[in-house]
Structure formats: C-alpha cells, structure tokens
Design a binder for this molecule. Sequence first.
Ligand code: NAP
Length: 281
Amino acid sequence: MEIDQSVCIVTGASSGIGAATARLLSGLGARVVLAARRTDRLEALAAELAGSLAVTTDVTVAEQVHRLVDRTVDAYGRVDALVNNAGQGLHVPLEELDPADLRAVFELNVVAPLVGMQAVLPVMRAGSGGAVVNVSSATSLRVFPGLGGYSATKAALNMLSQVGRLELADAGVTVSVVYPSVTATEFHSRLRAGHLVSGARRITPDPPELVGQAIAFALRSGEAHVLVRDPPLPIVPGESEGWGALLARQAPGAASTPALHEPDGNPGGRPSEGGGGGHPR
Ligand SMILES: NC(=O)c1ccc[n+]([C@@H]2O[C@H](COP(=O)([O-])OP(=O)(O)OC[C@H]3O[C@@H](n4cnc5c(N)ncnc54)[C@H](OP(=O)(O)O)[C@@H]3O)[C@@H](O)[C@H]2O)c1
C-alpha cells in the first residue's frame, strides 16, 4: 500500500515500537490514529504529529476496539492499515507460569489483535482493501527456555496471521507479521512476570525505529513475514533452511486453501497440496 495520505491505526502507540512507528508513518505522510491506555502520552504524541488522532483504548476490551475504529472512520472516512503492536512479555519458566498471567497475556497478544482485525475488516472490505501488520517476536521462531508463555502467545499470533492472510486475500487485505528481536523500549521493565532472560542480555537491543522501518516495509510491500534487520528482511515460509524453515509453509494462493487429508498410507489419503509434503498432525 501507499503510506502517504493513508489512514493507519497503531496500537501500543504510547511508547516504544508503537510510538516510533507512529512517528515514522506520520513522517511518510500517513494520518496516524494512536491507541493505548495512557492518554497523556498519546495526547503528547498527537500534538507532535500533524493530522493524527489520539484515542485512549484498552485493546483487551472489544467495545473499546470497535470505538477506536468508529472514531477513525468518523475522523477520516476510512481505515487503510492496522498495526497490532500493543503487547506484553511473560518471561518465566513453565514451572512458575501462573495460568492467570498466561490468560491475561493471551488476551492482549492474541485475542486483541484478532478483535482488531475483525473490527477493521468491514471498513476495509467496504473500501479498497487494506493492510494489517501484527507485531510478533523472533522468540516465536525458536525455542527459548524461560519464554514459553510469551512465545506461545506470539506463535499463536503468527498462525492467526497466516490463516488470516489467506482468508482475507479476496477482500484485498494483506496480513503481515513483523518479528522484532530484543528492542530498546519499556518492554522488559513492564513484563507481566519474570525478567529479561540471560541470553538476551548479551544482545545489543535494536532501536525501536528499526522495528518501525520493518513495519513500514511490511505495509508497503505486503510481505507475509518480515524480520527486523537493516534493511528489513522478508522471510519465505517453508525454505529448507534459515528463518523460513521455522515457519509453517503457506498454501499457494489465497483461494486454494488445501483440504485436510488423511495421513499417508491411509486408503483414500492423497498427497498434501501446497508443496509442504506434510499433513496436519
Ligand atoms: N521490546 C522488545 O524487546 C520486543 C521484542 C519482540 C517483540 N516485541 C513486541 O513489540 C510490541 C511493542 O512492544 P514494545 O517493545 O514497544 O514495548 P512497550 O514500550 O512496553 O510498549 C507496549 C505498548 O503496548 C501498550 N499496551 C499494553 N497493554 C495494552 C492494552 N491493554 N491496551 C492498549 N495498549 C496496551 C502500552 O501502552 P499503555 O500501557 O499506555 O496501554 C505500550 O504502548 C509488543 O507486541 C511486544 O511483544 C518487543
């Protein structure tokens, strides 16, 4: 999509990656709708960004998400992009993982982006389509002890995004996932529980602006998976090695969602379509 003159909702815009992305998109000519719970921060940012709008929103409350979209349409007449960025970490070993914490972070990191997509879709369908970028985490592509709860929410977000990408292609809506690594934001001081794992302490954090560039790249290009690098790196699902090998292979083409097949060797079973060579298990 063309970012200049577009209308972009950014959740989690009160700090870190969301604020950096809002600044970048605004600088590229977008009218940015800033959503998060901390009104003072949103209003300060809105005062900085010409043509932007601050809408205090708790994204875990569906009515507030729908109100956010309604306010956007009232102000600008359409929604071209949704950046589902609001999120929280949960960095504790499984033995200590409080199910209540996991449920809460699941609501924020998975259910809220789903509700956000559902809220903007009627508007995008009625217009000329749109773009959704879901902010995941590179931790969802590898198995890191101590991050099970958080990584599970982001892995769930990845799958929702991939399925959504196929389901929504006919509506002209692209769904992309951006995978940040350790980033210099408030994130690790605002974990739901736990702390930055020791391996991550050795990594030099990326600036949030770098993630913003990957998000802008995903919006412009419609790439399905974008790793935060300089320049942003598209990941190809199903590659035999590298990052792409870690992602489920997608069915080719939006309309050709493959049927579920019986496992190999089962009479009547057919080889999987989509070139993945695998079956649902
Ligand atoms: N920083 C990293 O190392 C890193 C790495 C990989 C992925 N990520 C992902 O990047 C995204 C942004 O994180 P960040 O690093 O920028 O962290 P951050 O500075 O802590 O920002 C998190 C944002 O989410 C918002 N938020 C939290 N709960 C919310 C709710 N219920 N409703 C609305 N907004 C809510 C916060 O605003 P309010 O508190 O004002 O509501 C804040 O603006 C997250 O999805 C995170 O999982 C971060």
